[in-house]
Design a protein around this ligand. Structure first.
Ligand SMILES: [Zn+2]
Length: 157
């Protein structure tokens, strides 16, 4: 069951203010599929709507098939989770373990995590108002984890 380019273009069609890749509401840019310097034009079939974070990760190649392949392979399945998931993956790369893995017996920490996250935003900055990048989200997770460990008397590895 393949997903055609038209379906990707329609993916967020009910919400034109969401990035076609990550699904976040953000300032969107019309990005050329084939870059201008490689002959790409501003016609509708050469444009996708991406936020700044996704635009910086998108392929800049003369063959348009790669943009569509990249969108199909990496687009978010649901709104407003993509960059958090990327932050969790970045945490694993930075710390060599899954975040919150030591808290399996502590019950559901969702509410506590949300509450702590609200404070942790103050220690970060969004570049160009684009939202936090994955490594910054990973730092927030590390700080939240430290505070949870203190509260629950857990020693982190
Ligand atoms: Zn995006």
């Amino acid at each position: 069951m393949g997903v055609g380019n038209e379906q990707i273009a329609e993916y967020w069609s009910e919400a034109h203010d969401r990035c076609w890749r990550c699904g976040y509401k953000s300032l969107l840019e019309q990005c050329r599929i084939v870059p201008e310097s490689l002959g790409g034009t501003d016609s509708a079939d050469n444009l996708v709507l991406l936020c700044g974070r996704c635009r910086r990760e998108a392929p800049n190649h003369q063959d348009p098939q790669y943009m569509w392949r990249w969108l199909r392979a990496t687009r978010a399945e649901s709104c407003d989770t993509y960059w958090t998931i990327r932050g969790w993956e970045e945490f694993e790369v930075m710390f060599g373990r899954k975040p919150l893995a030591c808290f399996t017996d502590a019950g559901d920490l969702t509410t506590e995590c949300r509450e702590l996250a609200a404070d942790e935003f103050a220690k970060t900055v969004e570049r160009f108002g684009e939202g936090l990048n994955p490594s910054t989200i990973a730092c927030m997770i590390a700080e939240i984890e430290k505070r949870l460990a203190d509260r629950h008397g857990i020693v982190l590895p």
